[in-house]
Design a protein around this ligand. Structure first.
Ligand code: DON
Length: 598
């Protein structure tokens, strides 16, 4: 591990300028400070055909009418500019969207260690232009030595061990998932798609303000474990403009590039990191690693006003909950004006009902029967819709809402020139996961065990009060909210690729971008900038982003009986949308991601 503030940076600085020049038909600008990175104007104030001008509350922090990044051929939108650049590098070399997505995944593990990972897991929804589609579940699983009450102390009180430290981690699925996706749908070798990530790890990445501030925010966590020497040299985040190299991670990546998943799950690297973890008090063994398998599933396929959604089935709750919500909303001939009291009421009520089901009924299908067909049935949605009144909020308790609902994740969306699309969400759960950094292999481990109901009926770190179905069992996947989604237009052609971070807010933020595009006919930039709301049944309150609605709307919602909370950001979405002549890409204006197209 080395940290330099040297001329090496200059190479990367000039590299980004060079990238910008080699993309004359893209509007993305290479910048080094991703905290300031934004696309530039493509529409010059014009509202494109088929889209409507959005109007937001006056005090809302983002203006309507800004622009997405346009690429005539292909687009990658991720939370890290270098990861987006890795995807575009692969696309330009002739790789397809899956090759590029796998390159982005490994690049995020280097350039975005707060959420990009080898030590976590995720979900990928793939839609190929030839009609094939798949949903890849590479969620972590509980170690074989995990027990139902492992996070309770002798008095039955929930400890912090599911969130911080060596016991918090599920068996990582990321390497198995990314390599499986490449094998089934990719066209390039692992060595080819991993080349950018390896380069970033070996040659270093420039520390920008976003990265420095993310490390600063997690300093108390990182400082407790071995990652401190790399990420907190001299006890503070690396200086903006310095370069951080990760030679140990580079070695792990090189081994995976050469030998595939086995290099991570068996052999000397696996021995080294499991033994390092065991010494720290962890329970993941070589047997856990050898037994890990990602699962190919059929995407949840649903329709909404003639559009088709392909999204993630359990072990994620994302696809079922989004489908159930949209089925409820589809029964209204049109949605109320954006930002109105009725908009908040109908969306909030639909989410509330869908989350009650999510919280009670969804879990790993290998352990618990999950009624996917029933929950995604439009007749069932009609029954739920009938319980939504016109003038009053419905308390969750009167809807039979059992206890439960459900922090760092990253989503990326990729589309190639043939129209193949990949939506991927991956996470360590919290920023920098459990905090445990395995020096022997160069990565952070997740704290995904907290997504289980460590104590059924009691809230987890997100306030999610989860039930029996999601209790801890060895080998079981913990329920997720990750919602990678592909939307096809009424002719079955790719329209939108989206997903988000944010725990349970993944579901609400992803689906609101979809509704903004489909119902409100917003441009992609406006759909992403629009204020968001969130309801997850319990706690029984409607959260609306601060200044997202006018004071009058907030007052009338309170008068209807809503507990209205004012939230900071809800979700961080990265999306790509097909537009006339190509694709628009947009990273959430709430953060520092960057789309790159060409
Ligand atoms: O799988 C899940 O639903 C959570 N582990 C996601 C966590 C998350 O999105 C954190 N990001 N802010």
């Amino acid at each position: 591990m080395r940290l330099t503030s040297s001329l090496l940076i200059l190479g990367l600085l000039t590299g980004s300028a060079a990238r910008a020049q080699s993309r004359p038909d893209s509007t993305a600008h290479g910048v080094t400070d991703v905290g300031l990175a934004r696309g530039t104007t493509t529409r010059a104030g014009r509202v494109p055909e088929g889209r409507r001008k959005a109007v937001f509350s006056e005090a809302w922090r983002f203006n309507a009418g800004s622009d997405a990044v346009f690429g005539a051929h292909a687009m990658v939108a991720s939370d890290a500019p270098l990861a987006s650049a890795a995807g575009v590098e692969i696309l330009k070399k002739g790789g397809n969207a899956v090759d590029a997505a796998v390159a982005v995944g490994f690049a995020l593990a280097v350039a975005y260690p707060e959420a990009g990972n080898l030590g976590g897991g995720g979900y990928m929804v793939i839609h190929m232009a030839d009609g094939r589609s798949g949903a890849l579940d590479y969620r972590e699983i509980a170690p074989l030595a995990a027990t139902r009450d492992m996070y309770l102390d002798s008095t039955g009180t929930l400890t912090k061990n599911s969130v911080v430290g060596p016991l918090a981690s599920g068996v990582p699925g990321a390497v198995a998932g990314l390599t499986a996706a490449l094998k089934k749908y990719g066209t390039m070798s692992l060595a080819q798609v991993m080349a950018p990530a390896i380069r970033y790890a070996e040659q270093g990445v420039v520390v920008d303000s976003a990265f420095a501030s993310s490390v600063r925010g997690s300093r108390p966590l990182i400082a407790q474990f071995a990652g401190a020497s790399l990420f907190l040299p001299n006890g503070a985040p690396p200086a903006v403009g310095s370069t951080i190299t990760q030679p140990q991670l580079a070695r792990t990546l090189r081994a995976i590039a050469a030998r595939g998943r086995d290099a991570f799950y068996t052999g000397p690297i696996a021995e080294a990191w499991t033994s390092e973890l065991r010494k720290a008090g962890g329970i993941i063994t070589m047997a856990d690693l050898a037994g890990y398998q990602p699962v190919w599933r059929a995407p949840v396929r649903s329709t909404y006003r003639g559009y088709t959604l392909l999204t993630m089935p359990p072990s994620s709750s994302g696809g079922v909950t989004i489908t159930e919500t949209l089925n409820i909303l589809e029964g209204y001939r049109s949605l109320p004006p954006f930002g109105s009291t009725r908009w908040a009421h109908l969306l909030g009520s639909a989410y509330q009902r869908a989350f009650i089901d999510r919280n009670e009924k969804l879990a790993d299908p290998a352990f618990v029967p999950v009624p996917i067909a029933q929950l995604t049935d439009k007749r069932y949605a009609a029954k739920l819709r009938a319980t939504i009144g016109t003038t009053r909020a419905t308390p969750t308790t009167t809807l039979g809402g059992a206890p439960r609902e459900g922090m760092q994740t990253t989503h990326y969306s990729v589309v190639d020139r043939r129209g193949n699309a990949v939506a991927t969400t991956t996470t360590l759960n919290n920023l920098y996961g459990s905090g445990v950094y395995l020096s022997s292999a160069g990565f952070f481990l997740n704290d995904e065990m907290d997504d289980f109901a460590a104590q059924p009926g009691k809230p987890n770190m997100f306030g999610l009060v989860q039930g029996e179905a999601n209790a801890i069992q060895p080998g079981k996947r913990m329920l997720s909210a990750m919602s990678p989604t592909v939307v096809l237009d009424r002719r079955g052609k790719l329209l939108l690729v989206a997903g988000s971070r944010g725990g349970p807010r993944i579901i609400t933020s992803t689906s609101q971008v979809i509704l903004n595009v489909l119902d409100y006919r917003m441009t992609l930039a406006d759909a992403m900038a629009a204020p968001r709301l969130h309801h997850q049944a319990l706690p029984d309150s409607l959260t609306i982003e601060r200044d997202g609605v006018t004071p009058a709307v907030a007052d009338s919602l309170r008068a209807m009986g809503y507990g209205v909370a004012s939230g900071r950001g809800i979700g961080l979405v990265n999306a790509v949308m097909r537009v006339k002549g190509g694709y628009e890409g947009m990273s959430d204006p709430r953060s520092s991601g960057q789309p790159i197209g060409y």
